[in-house]
Design a protein around this ligand. Structure first.
Ligand code: E4P
Length: 216
C-alpha cells in the first residue's frame, strides 16, 4: 500500500522522509496557501526533499488552462501527480495529461459514479474523502469499499487513495476496504509508529537487561 503525508511543511517533510517509508507527499490549495511563500518555490523545495511522488492540485477552471498549469508544475517535479477536482473540465484535462504519460488524480470524489468517470478519463488515482463524508454523517469507508469492488468487477486499473483520514485506525480501515494508497496528516503518520504497550515493553526489556549486566 502506498503511503503519503498531506503537507507542505518542510520540517515535517524532512523528518518524515528520513524514515524511508513514505511514497511521497500530497498537497492541496488550502495546504499550500498557508505556507506564506510562492507555491512554485515551495514545490521545488518539497521536490528536493522527497524521494517519491509529489502531488499538486490545479486551481484553473477550464481544461485547457488546467493542462497548461499542470505542465508548468510537471517541469518542476521529478515524479509529479496532478490533482484535478472532480468535474467535466478536470476529466477532459485528465485525459490529455494521461495521454502524455503524466499521472493524474481526480480529487474530491464522493460517489462511485464520479470514481467510474475518473477511471474512464484515465486517472491514475481517485480520492474519496473518507473523513469529510463521515463528518456529514455518511459512511466514508463504505464508499471506499464500493469503488474498490466495482473497479475490480469492471477491471478498471485506477488506484483508490483514501483521503481525508484522521487517525491511524483510518489507515488500517481503508487498507481493509482495499484502497491501494492512503494520504494522511504528518501527525497521523507518526501515530502509526506508536503503541503504549511497545513503549512499556521496551522499558521492561531494557530494565531486565541492566539487571542482567549488573549480575554478570
Ligand atoms: C488529500 O489529497 C486531501 O486534500 C486531504 O486528504 C484532505 O484532508 P482534510 O479533509 O483533512 O482536509
Amino acid at each position: 500500500m502506498e503511503l503519503y503525508i498531506d503537507t507542505a511543511d518542510l520540517s515535517e517533510i524532512k523528518h518524515a522522509m528520513t524514515l524511508s517509508i513514505l511514497d511521497g507527499v500530497t498537497t492541496n490549495p488550502s495546504i499550500l496557501s498557508k505556507q506564506g511563500v510562492p507555491y512554485k518555490q515551495r514545490l521545488a523545495e518539497i521536490n528536493e526533499l522527497v524521494d517519491g511522488k509529489v502531488w499538486y492540485q490545479v486551481v484553473s477552471e477550464n481544461s485547457a488552462a488546467m493542462v497548461e498549469e499542470a505542465l508548468e508544475v510537471v517541469a518542476i517535479l521529478k515524479q509529479p501527480v496532478i490533482k484535478l477536482p472532480m468535474g467535466p473540465e478536470s476529466l477532459k484535462a485528465s485525459k490529455v495529461l494521461s495521454s502524455q504519460g503524466i499521472q493524474t488524480n481526480i480529487t474530491l470524489v464522493y460517489s462511485v459514479a464520479q470514481a467510474m468517470l475518473a477511471a474512464k478519463a484515465g486517472a491514475s488515482y481517485v480520492s474519496p474523502y473518507v473523513g469529510r463524508i463521515n463528518d456529514i454523517g455518511w459512511p466514508g469507508l463504505q464508499l471506499i469499499n464500493d469503488i474498490v469492488r466495482i473497479f475490480s468487477i469492471q477491471g478498471l486499473q485506477t488506484n483508490v487513495i483514501g483521503a481525508s483520514l484522521r487517525s491511524n485506525q483510518d489507515i488500517v480501515s481503508v487498507a481493509e476496504q482495499g484502497a491501494s494508497a492512503a494520504t494522511m496528516p504528518f501527525k497521523v503518520f507518526m501515530q502509526m509508529f506508536n503503541h503504549p504497550m511497545t513503549d512499556s515493553g521496551l522499558v521492561q526489556f531494557l530494565e531486565d537487561w541492566k539487571v542482567y549486566q549488573h549480575q554478570n
